[in-house]
Design a protein around this ligand. Structure first.
Ligand code: C2G
Length: 132
């Protein structure tokens, strides 16, 4: 029997920064194994209206190399959360609090936890800083 507590989280993780690292580390300590869904380029474009800076293979490679991450897959659609929760057999869904309340409907499948975002850093701010 596998009695490990499995955690899942999702994100684009474009222009990887310390806010991304912190949420993955904080998600991981809520259990024993951390599975991360990295948004595909096309999902990111539909969510944010622009293509990511780094392509999905590179974003996924960076996330997969982290000590706190056990497994990575591509998140193809925001509508597939229930399928991913079942497929990866997870106990907890963790999201940043910018998504507060948005995933409560999955609480019949697993525990749903929102963690506070790291203040004062975002991919958009990093891009702006480099640009000017
Ligand atoms: N994050 C954070 N602190 C920041 C910036 C981001 O804790 N300063 C968290 C976000 O709350 C999110 C994760 O890092 O949980 C990934 O952030 P994004 O790459 O911006 O992810 P997003 O595009 O919101 O994708 O299915 C849900 C989506 O795929 C989430």
């Amino acid at each position: 029997m596998n009695n490990k507590r499995r955690i899942i989280t999702f994100g684009t993780f474009d222009v990887f920064h310390v806010g991304h690292l912190r949420i993955l580390e904080r998600a991981r300590v809520l259990g024993d194994q951390l599975v991360v869904g990295v948004s595909t380029d096309s999902l990111n474009e539909s969510k944010k209206g622009r293509p990511p800076v780094y392509p999905q293979e590179e974003r996924a490679a960076i996330v997969a190399a982290l000590r706190c991450v056990d497994e990575v897959f591509f998140e193809e659609s925001l509508e597939l959360k229930a399928e991913y929760i079942r497929l990866f057999d997870v106990d907890v869904l963790v999201m940043g609090d910018d998504w507060q309340g948005r995933f409560d409907k999955f609480s019949s499948l697993c525990e749903v936890v929102y963690l506070p975002r790291t203040p004062a850093i975002s991919t958009t701010e990093v891009i702006e800083k480099i640009r000017y």
